[in-house]
Ligand binder design. Structure first.
Ligand SMILES: NC(=O)C1=CN([C@@H]2O[C@H](COP(=O)(O)OP(=O)(O)OC[C@H]3O[C@@H](n4cnc5c(N)ncnc54)[C@H](O)[C@@H]3O)[C@@H](O)[C@H]2O)C=CC1
Ligand SMILES: O=C1[C@@H](O)[C@H](O)[C@@H](O)[C@H](O)[C@H]1O
Length: 345
């Protein structure tokens, strides 16, 4: 029997999700060896290695990690503003790369990444839009494709975080939070966006930071006229709440929440609401990484969300930010055909 290849992975950015993916890649996904980690904050990565009882090289400069011959695959889980330079360095070193969303800060940076990837002659990068792997969204997409609710007419979504750090601002609510729905919706309904506008709802007193519009409403219209409404509320206080209803001509598809045990106690019937993305999308992240590793371990291109998907999301997010600057003015969108390099094989 042929020996199974163990893929050597290096992870850059060991914060909230970096720690979660470190655990996932070392304990959950088979045939992976996390050979190196890196964080600019001294001691941060080592602390997580110790917590998990792992041994790996601990770099403070990502250049050392991406150029380490013991690293075949780079996973970038650093802060948004560091994605561009880390991904460019990983591609320059010819490494398969997984980059958490957003791929970069804006559309131009995504185009630079696309150019670098194209020079390598094949797809080398996957973006962490993990909802494409969440079984409940996959099922919704299949039901839409199968015509179960007839033509989709509207999408009604909610992306609520219990809270976010004080410095979380309007731009992050778009490029880090709403980006999930912005990426997901056109995939779900096989349509392109025609326009986008973003405006404030009545503001919560919990938005301590003056730079944030919270909650906000993102409205998009697709080429075929489907209306999408996303409530983005990053300090809702009560929990992590993701809603997606697709309203069709014949019926409605409703995204389920993760089932929690119900309690009957003291004349109350209650179920818990999750408080963050880790547990809510745990299975999606696991499936996402199994798929990514399965392909790159065989020296095959990844097949999940691509740099092009990252670019489409960034163009839309750029327009959303422009709409906010222009007090909710509608911004038109027009996308080129997906280049053959990125078209599904
Ligand atoms: N797919 C998903 O559902 C999620 C994706 N994310 C994405 O993952 C990324 C990280 O998010 P969090 O873990 O929440 O943030 P975080 O702030 O907890 O972690 C980021 C880490 O990157 C490190 N870092 C920053 N610049 C670096 C550099 N140049 N080199 C090495 N390390 C560097 C920071 O010191 C920090 O430890 C963000 O881009 C975010 O959008 C985060 C949470 C969930
Ligand atoms: O990606 C994520 C975080 O970065 C973001 O801050 C949250 O709003 C999202 O729900 C989560 O999935």
């Amino acid at each position: 029997m042929a020996e199974t290849h163990v893929t050597k992975v290096g992870i850059v950015g060991i914060g909230f999700i970096g720690s979660d993916h470190l655990h996932r890649l070392s304990k959950v996904v088979a045939n992976v060896d996390v050979t190196a980690v890196c964080d600019i904050v001294p001691g941060k990565a080592q602390k997580q290695l110790d917590k998990l009882g792992l041994k790996a090289k601990d770099y403070s400069d990502y250049h050392d990690l991406v150029n380490d011959p013991d690293v075949e695959v780079v996973v970038c889980t650093a802060s948004n503003e560091a994605h561009y330079e880390i991904v460019m360095a990983a591609l320059a070193a010819g490494k398969f790369t997984f980059c958490e969303k957003p791929l970069a800060l804006d559309a131009q940076q995504c185009l630079d990444i696309i150019d670098s990837e194209k020079k390598l002659g094949r797809r080398m990068l996957q973006v962490g839009f993990m909802r494409h792997y969440a079984p409940e969204y996959v099922q919704m997409k299949k039901m839409i494709d199968d015509g179960v609710i007839g033509n989709p007419l509207m999408i009604d979504e909610r992306h609520y975080n219990q809270t976010q750090p004080e410095e979380y601002d309007t731009s992050r609510s778009i490029i880090e939070t709403a980006i999930h729905e912005i990426d997901l919706d056109h995939w779900l309904i096989n349509d392109d966006y025609k326009n986008i506008r973003v405006f404030a709802a009545k503001q919560t007193r919990h938005a301590q930071n003056k730079d944030i519009m919270d909650p906000m409403i993102v409205m998009m219209e697709t080429k075929t006229g489907i209306n999408i409404s996303i409530e983005v509320f990053v300090r809702c206080q009560y929990g992590y709440d993701i809603k997606c209803d697709v309203i069709g001509e014949e019926g409605v598809l409703e995204l389920p929440t993760v089932p929690q045990v119900a309690t009957r106690l003291n004349a109350q019937y209650s179920t818990a609401i999750l408080t963050d993305w880790k547990a809510r999308f745990e299975s999606a992240y696991d499936i996402e990484f199994r798929d990514f590793i399965n392909h790159v371990s065989k020296n095959e291109s990844p097949v999940g969300p691509s740099s092009w998907d990252g670019y489409i999301a960034a163009v839309t997010a750029d327009a959303a930010l422009k709409s906010i600057d222009q007090k909710g003015e509608t911004q038109n969108l027009d996308f080129p055909e997906t280049p053959a390099f990125y078209a599904a094989k």
